[in-house]
Design a protein. Structure first.
Length: 101
């Protein structure tokens, strides 16, 4: 996205975390910038080698969005990691264990 001198800018954040490390990158992007463009502009991938951005695993303030959604002032783009365990299966296993006194 090319911006000219008259294009207003928005302050946004891009966030990603692993169990060992988290990063929040604050940046200014031109109005009309998409979620995907903000991720690229943040260079957050450089902090997390091997990080994959799945089109279905991004959000703004915990609400899933697409990479093509446009950002608003103050948005926090969140990049989600795949789950390592199925929450329903984990709950079933815990429920099947005998109760402790």
């Amino acid at each position: 996205m090319a911006a000219d001198a008259d294009t207003p800018f928005l302050s946004v954040e891009v966030a990603y975390a692993t169990p060992a490390k988290q990063a929040i990158v604050c940046l200014e992007v031109p109005a009309g910038c998409t979620v995907g463009e903000a991720i690229e502009r943040s260079h957050i991938r450089e902090q997390f080698p091997g990080m994959r951005v799945d089109a279905g695993a991004v959000g703004i303030f915990s609400r899933k969005v697409s990479l093509e959604d446009e950002l608003c002032e103050g948005d926090r783009v969140e990049i989600y990691r795949p789950l390592i365990a199925d929450p329903k299966e984990s709950r079933r296993k815990r429920a099947a264990q005998p109760a402790r006194d």
